[in-house]
Design a protein around this ligand. Structure first.
Ligand code: XLS
Ligand code: NI
Ligand code: NI
Length: 442
């Protein structure tokens, strides 16, 4: 029986996943993630606001550019689009509830298949949104963010908001309007723009300046519409440098920050950072997080990991405790996410063909985050980690260094200081000590 509806049960062999602690040998239990456990003044559930990504978990079929579906899952059987959409939603809410995941995220086309008819799509979306509303009420599961898929339909091959054809841009707007309506109706806490094809394949046929101006105008219109209709949440831009486009305008956190500032969008927009996108941009995820934090724009994150050998957006589930502990240090020091949470934008492998694989993937990811959080909190509370970094800058805390920070120096007075004080003392950056410190706490 379905835990929520009393109808079909899709994950029959999976019981409610519980916290069993470090002593447990049960692979279908949490060993670290204990939603009510308080760490650094907040429960684990509040720290993370975990979300299940509808597209990978319930639309993904294991297909890749070289071959078709390998995940033949039982919610994908019915031929009528709405009946199939409801089965899929039953399965999704059963899964999400059994895993104690408090949130989910979707693209419009994940919920129900779209056609090329704007009105028909709006109708379908409204019907499935009504169904989702009931599901949310019955389960307590909430919507972390909604978004519109403006990259799969062939009409978007040259982008949506940045398409050289106004007619295509208008179709993108129609989709965003309906996706915003759906997000608002479902009490969505945020709305995401990931501009997969908002970029170019070749500059030979592209007016980059004009396209970026269109993107800014488009975002303003979307924001104004949502605000007018009562949306109080945050808009997120999700940076990614490339794939599917050769070059994407939302390249990385720094690029998007500059864009938001240039086009007067900083009040309403923040960043949704994805681990694998950082890898593609040639950054560590820690770097992307710190750029966002320093700009006051750390909104949310898409959790996954890339493949360090092949350089694609492989969207694997996270499993690197070392990397994630360093990330949690930054997130904790920043006071957490602004409005968002941790969305598992990750997919099981093509040859992971059991329903249980989807469960193991999420259990592992959630446990990894919990372990990283506990570790990072202990590092911040018990070790010299922060002190060592602070001390590195101590020459700016008083005397002439402090005066420099306050604007009390000229190039000439700096020269005079150098001439009068001889060669600076050699001071170690202590990188290996700090790396060992992190490992010691893990
Ligand atoms: C693709 C993106 C996408 C967004 C939502 O690489 O990560 O899944 O998160 O459109
Ligand atoms: Ni993503
Ligand atoms: Ni991605």
């Amino acid at each position: 029986m379905n835990v929520l509806t009393g109808e079909k049960e899709f994950f029959k062999d999976i019981k409610q996943i519980q916290f069993e602690g470090l002593e447990s040998d049960n692979p279908l239990a949490f060993r670290w993630y204990n939603p009510d456990q308080i760490v650094a003044g907040k429960t684990m559930a509040e720290h993370f606001k975990f979300a299940c990504a509808y597209w990978h978990s319930f639309n993904g079929d294991g297909g890749d550019p070289f071959g078709g579906a390998t995940h033949i899952f039982p919610w994908d059987k019915q031929s009528d689009p709405l009946a199939r959409a409801k089965d899929k939603m039953d399965a999704a809410f059963e899964f999400i509830t059994k895993l104690q995941i408090p949130y989910y995220c979707f693209h419009d086309v994940d919920l129900v298949d779209f056609t090329n008819d704007v009105v028909e799509n709006e109708n379908r979306l409204q019907q499935i949104v009504a169904y989702a509303k009931q599901k949310q009420q019955d389960s307590g599961v909430k919507l972390l963010w909604g978004t519109a898929n403006l990259f799969s339909n062939p009409r978007y091959m040259n982008g949506a908001a940045t398409n050289p054809d106004f007619h295509v841009l208008a179709h993108g707007a129609a989709q965003v309007k309906a996706a915003l309506d759906a997000t608002i109706a479902l009490g969505g806490e945020n709305y995401v723009f990931w501009g997969g094809r908002e970029g170019y394949m070749s500059l030979l046929n592209t007016n980059m300046k004009r396209e970026q101006e269109h993107l800014a105008k488009f975002l303003h219109l979307a924001k104004d519409y949502a605000r007018k209709n009562g949306f109080k949440g945050t808009f997120f831009i999700e940076p990614k440098p490339c794939e599917p486009s050769k070059h994407q305008y939302d390249y990385d956190a720094a690029t998007v920050t500059g864009f938001l500032r240039q086009y007067d969008l900083l009040c309403d927009f923040k960043l949704n950072l994805e681990v694998n996108h950082a890898t593609l941009a040639g950054h560590t995820f820690q770097h992307e997080l710190q750029v966002a934090v320093d700009a006051g724009l750390l909104g949310s994150m898409d959790a996954n990991r890339g493949d360090y050998q092949n350089g694609w957006d492989t969207d694997q589930f996270p499993n690197d405790i070392n990397e994630l502990t360093e990330c949690m240090l930054i997130i904790l020091e920043a006071g957490g996410f602004q409005g968002g949470g941790v969305n598992f934008d990750a997919k099981i492998r093509r040859n992971s063909t059991d329903l249980a694989d989807l469960v193991h993937a999420h259990v592992g990811g959630m446990d990894l985050f919990a372990r990283a959080l506990v570790t990072a909190d202990r590092i911040l509370t018990n070790s010299d980690y922060q002190k060592i970094r602070k001390n590195r800058y101590s020459s700016f805390d008083d005397g002439e260094g402090a005066s420099f920070e306050k604007g009390g120096h000229t190039l000439e007075t700096l020269r005079d200081f150098a001439a009068a004080n001889g060669e600076p003392e050699v001071r170690s950056g202590q990188q290996e000590f700090l790396e060992n410190l992190i490992n010691r706490y893990i």
